[in-house]
Design a protein around this ligand. Structure first.
Ligand code: SF4
Length: 108
């Protein structure tokens, strides 16, 4: 086998891998298999993200209301029934349906 054949094989393999990843990625997101956002993550911490809206720092966020949570935020993605959902603010991570952060925007 010559060098050109090996290069061609590698490119075909890379293309096939990318195609499979592109096909599976939306499915993985839809299944809620994204890694869970860590509350200690720098962006999460800056936005006061908590896995439970009940544990939001009221002193830091006086406008927070206990009824506000990821499940009724318009930035949440995925299915409403999922316990962990993708969020437009934290790409590649999932947030708790009962969580909250300062970017909360009520669904209208
Ligand atoms: Fe939850 Fe909305 Fe904040 Fe995302 S933006 S973490 S869905 S409150």
């Amino acid at each position: 086998m010559n060098t050109i054949d090996l290069r061609r094989r590698r490119w075909l393999l890379l293309g096939a891998t990318a195609a499979v990843a592109a096909t599976l990625s939306p499915r993985l997101r839809a299944q809620g298999t994204l890694p869970q956002l860590d509350e200690a993550d720098a962006t999460a911490s800056a936005l006061g993200y908590r896995h439970s809206t009940d544990s939001v720092d009221a002193g830091r966020y006086p406008n927070h209301r206990a009824t506000q949570m990821c499940n009724n935020c318009k930035l949440a993605q995925g299915a409403a029934a999922d316990a962990w959902r993708p969020c437009g603010i934290f790409p590649g991570k999932s947030v708790n349906a009962k969580g909250w952060c300062a970017a909360y925007a009520a669904k209208t």
